[in-house]
Design a binder for this molecule. Structure first.
Ligand code: NAP
Length: 262
């Protein structure tokens, strides 16, 4: 299927590695000029080179998405690179894991800024231009935790649901301008984050991280974790005209892990 993103410009957040990087590669592979955003310049440069060397067109912006007060700045810089943003992929590092009652107010506030406010603020600054052009795609990378909480991920279990409520509300009001807003409920995916999350579990079980990853993989109906590119393929589809009637949806890409029927 040709997703034909040749005349589109995408901004992908959290794109220096993991799922965000895979999304940037997928969108650029479909022809979109793609801007990658994250904090680590060396990784962003590598990712941009990878895309440009394989015939795509990409650039990057270094920005800490926790700086929610400066996000207009990020939006303006992103628009100035290729003249507009048609596709926004909201994504960042996940909030830390921890015991249910272990988070103080500052931990909740930091998680809310990174997981919710970064997406909300960036969308607020980019959507007016999409309205003028009567076309836009906003795709929020969330987590399987919005379908089914995971023990030990209290911040994710809680704050990501705010993203879903926010996105659903926006999707009701902006589809009339050709803008669709959807979420991915990402399941276990083989990235640095997952390796980090399972380090302490591996140490306490006296196993390697790979063994833990394999064990968890076996609990998923598809019997393995996802590759980042498998999440990115769905994002690229949602970003295209082929997905023109998908709006306000939260799509699990989790190998069947979540057991909710809807
Ligand atoms: N992997 C999974 O199994 C899984 C499952 C469900 C949900 N998720 C969620 O999906 C998202 C991506 O996960 P991942 O596995 O791809 O994580 P990852 O490999 O750790 O990548 C996270 C990306 O976000 C960037 N980032 C982190 N904090 C940032 C900040 N303050 N400002 C700007 N960029 C920031 C990182 O780059 P810099 O460090 O360079 O800034 C990196 O590019 C996370 O929210 C995660 O919780 C992941």
């Amino acid at each position: 299927m040709d997703l034909n993103l040749k005349n589109r410009v995408a901004l992908v957040c959290g794109a220096s590695k993991g799922i965000g990087k895979a999304c940037a590669i997928a969108l650029a592979g479909e022809g979109a000029r793609t801007i990658l955003c994250a904090r680590t310049e060396s990784l962003l440069k590598e990712a941009v080179k990878e895309i440009n060397d394989s015939g795509g067109e990409a650039d990057y912006i270094t920005f800490d998405l926790s700086n929610t007060g400066s996000i207009k700045n990020l939006a303006d810089r992103a628009i100035s690179i290729y003249g507009r943003i048609d596709i926004l992929v909201n994504n960042a590092g996940g909030p830390p894991a921890g015991e249910d009652l272990s988070f103080d107010v500052s931990a909740w506030e930091a998680a809310f800024k990174l997981t919710f406010l970064s997406a909300e603020e960036l969308t607020k600054h980019l959507i007016p231009d999409m309205i003028k052009r009567k076309w836009g795609r906003i795709i929020n990378l969330t987590s399987v935790t919005v379908k089914q909480p995971i023990n030990g991920l209290m911040l994710s279990n809680s704050i990501r649901l705010a993203v879903i409520g926010w996105a659903k509300t926006l999707s009701q009001n902006y589809a009339q301008y050709g803008i669709t807003i959807n979420n991915i409920a990402t399941g276990y995916t083989l990235t640095d984050r997952v390796r980090q999350l399972f380090k302490s579990k591996a140490a306490s079980a006296d196993k390697s991280v790979d063994e833990i990853i394999e064990e968890i993989g076996k609990t998923i109906p598809i019997k393995r974790m996802a590759e980042p590119s498998e999440i990115a393929s769905v994002v690229a589809f949602l970003a295209s005209d082929r997905a023109s009637y998908v709006n306000g949806a939260t799509i699990p890409v989790d190998g069947g892990y979540s057991v909710s029927t809807l």
